[in-house]
Design a protein around this ligand. Structure first.
Ligand SMILES: Cc1cc2nc3c(=O)[nH]c(=O)nc-3n(C[C@H](O)[C@H](O)[C@H](O)COP(=O)(O)OP(=O)(O)OC[C@H]3O[C@@H](n4cnc5c(N)ncnc54)[C@H](O)[C@@H]3O)c2cc1C
Length: 155
């Protein structure tokens, strides 16, 4: 763990008015791309030593957030997102319901009708989101301090 170096990075970022993001998961990386699009400087930190330190799991389905999610990313990454699809080009013929079943009773709890959606491999989508983002690996956030008088943080 390179705590000392991380502290140095964080302190200088903070002084520069840079947004600090803790966690290079799907959400942190999406925020990083969004800030980049808005030309807002950011620094992103993750507790893991590198991007391959931890398995990312199986698949994730992007439902109603798909269009908004893509709009936050550079256009050149959209192709890679679609190439992370669990079953190649399945979105072109996906007419099924997405059903959540109560395993105890067998009853359907939620039924999401066919919509524009994309089921992608978690490893694939994370690798894509890591493109163009420089993560500070091995930096674990240990505490968050909330300053009630945050006026000094705003220009
Ligand atoms: C079984 C399952 C199925 C799911 N299916 C779907 C689905 O189909 N569709 C959908 O939209 N959502 C789904 N979700 C929810 C979705 O996975 C999460 O909302 C999403 O992964 C959250 O992203 P995240 O970046 O917040 O967290 P994560 O992807 O967990 O990333 C967190 C990152 O933060 C780092 N980190 C953690 N602690 C620290 C720290 N103290 N300091 C620095 N770094 C730290 C970790 O190393 C990691 O890289 C599912 C969740 C589960 C559990």
């Amino acid at each position: 763990m390179t705590t000392k170096v991380c502290n140095g990075n964080i302190n200088s970022s903070w002084k520069n008015g840079t947004v600090l993001i803790s966690g290079a998961g799907l959400i942190g990386l999406t925020i990083a791309h969004m800030l980049d699009k808005l030309s807002i400087p950011y620094s992103i930190y993750d507790r893991d030593e590198n991007e391959n330190f931890r398995g990312q799991g199986w698949g994730i389905t992007l439902h109603w957030a798909l269009e908004d999610f893509l709009s936050l990313l550079p256009v050149e990454l959209h192709k890679d997102i679609y190439e992370s699809e669990v079953l190649e080009n399945f979105h072109l013929k996906d007419t099924g319901n997405f059903i959540f079943i109560n395993a105890g009773t067998g009853e359907t709890v939620v039924r999401i009708p066919p919509t524009k959606r994309l089921r992608v491999r978690r490893e694939g989508i994370r690798k894509t989101l890591l493109k163009q983002v420089d993560v500070h690996w091995g930096c674990e956030a240990e505490d968050v301090e909330i300053n009630q008088d945050a006026s000094d943080l705003i220009d």
